[in-house]
Design a protein around this ligand. Structure first.
Ligand SMILES: [Zn+2]
Length: 158
């Protein structure tokens, strides 16, 4: 994985002159997907490296670990990475509610939406591609291929 990261960094440096925002988006989401948001967060109810990298925020992924069996749906090619994005989104919404409730209670007007601007479409695609690429590399390292869904049923390894 370290080799891949340095390869990604090399590509990043090459690409940086061509189209910076897109390259930065791809590499950063690739690195986030490699180190922070990995399929192995399905083990977050125990100790797992990806969770450890979140530090004290590791508890954030514990419900995800409860919801998904290890190397189950979390380790599929299309839906697996999506479950983590949806989980992040749902938790983000909950967090947003809590923050607006608290800031409203103390009389502050917290308006996150006013500060958020959607990035250009090609940057969004680069983010998605970088993330999916990192997830797929993890699955390949685990020996899970896109067509192995049916073959895999029954035998489950760690
Ligand atoms: Zn795994």
């Amino acid at each position: 994985m370290l080799g891949l990261a340095s390869a990604a960094y090399w590509v990043y440096q090459k690409e940086v002159a061509v189209s910076q925002p897109i390259a930065v988006a791809f590499v950063s989401s690739f690195l986030i997907g490699t180190f922070l948001i990995t399929p192995d967060l399905d083990l977050a109810e125990q100790q797992v490296r990806a969770k450890g990298r979140w530090g004290w925020l590791g508890w954030f992924w514990v419900p995800y670990g409860w919801m998904f069996a290890h190397r189950g749906l979390s380790h599929t090619w299309i839906v697996g990475p999506l479950t983590r994005l949806l989980y992040l989104g749902a938790m983000g919404v909950v967090l947003y509610w809590i923050i607006t409730a608290i800031t409203g209670y103390v009389g502050l007007n917290f308006n996150l939406q006013a500060q958020l601007k959607a990035p250009p479409q090609e940057v969004l695609w680069a983010l998605v591609l970088g993330y999916y690429a990192s997830q797929w590399l993890h699955l390949i390292a685990d020996g899970i291929w896109p067509d192995s869904g049916l073959l895999r049923s029954g035998k489950r390894r760690r």
